[in-house]
Design a protein around this ligand. Structure first.
Ligand code: RB5
Length: 148
C-alpha cells in the first residue's frame, strides 16, 4: 500500500506526526505538501492528493487542515474520491466498512496526535464490507456521472 499525504498550514504539524508514524510502521508514502508549514490554500493540496488517489497511483490519501473540513470538501470535488472528515475512531473505521472512503481528513486543530494515529491505523487496515453497501457507492458514482 502507498499513501498520498497533504496538508495546509493548519494541518502541517499533525501531518508531520503521522508521517513519523507511517515511517515507524514501514508504510510507503509521498508528501504532496505543504513542506514548510507556511500559509497556503487547502484546495490546492486537496486537489493534488485527490487526483493522485483517483488516478490509482496511490491506494489511500490522508489530508490535514485546521478542521479537516475544508480540505475534505475540496477533495470530494474530484471524481472517484470519497473523502471522510473524522474526529473519532468509530467513524474512521466505518467510513471504510460502509463508504469505502479512500481519503481520511483530519483537523490539526481538532484532534491530537494519539487519537489521529489510531484513526489512521483503523482507516488503513479496515476493508470495505461490500454487500449492501456496494449499491450505495454505485449511487454515489451515478450522482458523479449525472445519471440520477
Ligand atoms: C486555515 O486557517 C483554515 O481555514 C484551514 O486550515 C481549514 O480549517 C479550513 O477548513
Amino acid at each position: 500500500m502507498i499513501i498520498a499525504l497533504g496538508s495546509d498550514h493548519g494541518g502541517f504539524q499533525l501531518k508531520e506526526e503521522i508521517k513519523g508514524h507511517l515511517t515507524a510502521i514501514g508504510m510507503e508514502f509521498r508528501d504532496f505538501g505543504t513542506l514548510d508549514g507556511a500559509s497556503c490554500d487547502y484546495p490546492d493540496i486537496a486537489e493534488a492528493v485527490a487526483k493522485a488517489v483517483a488516478s490509482g497511483e496511490y491506494d489511500r490519501g490522508l489530508l490535514f487542515c485546521g478542521t479537516g473540513i475544508g480540505i475534505s470538501i475540496a477533495a470530494n470535488k474530484v471524481k472517484g474520491i470519497r473523502a471522510a472528515c473524522c474526529s473519532d475512531c468509530f467513524s474512521a473505521k466505518y467510513t471504510r466498512l460502509h463508504n469505502d472512503a479512500n481519503i481520511l481528513c483530519l483537523g490539526g486543530r481538532v484532534v491530537g496526535p494519539g487519537l489521529a494515529t489510531e484513526m489512521v491505523d483503523l482507516f488503513l487496515e479496515t476493508k470495505f464490507e461490500g454487500g449492501r453497501h456496494e449499491g450505495r457507492i454505485d449511487k454515489i458514482r451515478k450522482i458523479e456521472e449525472n445519471e440520477m
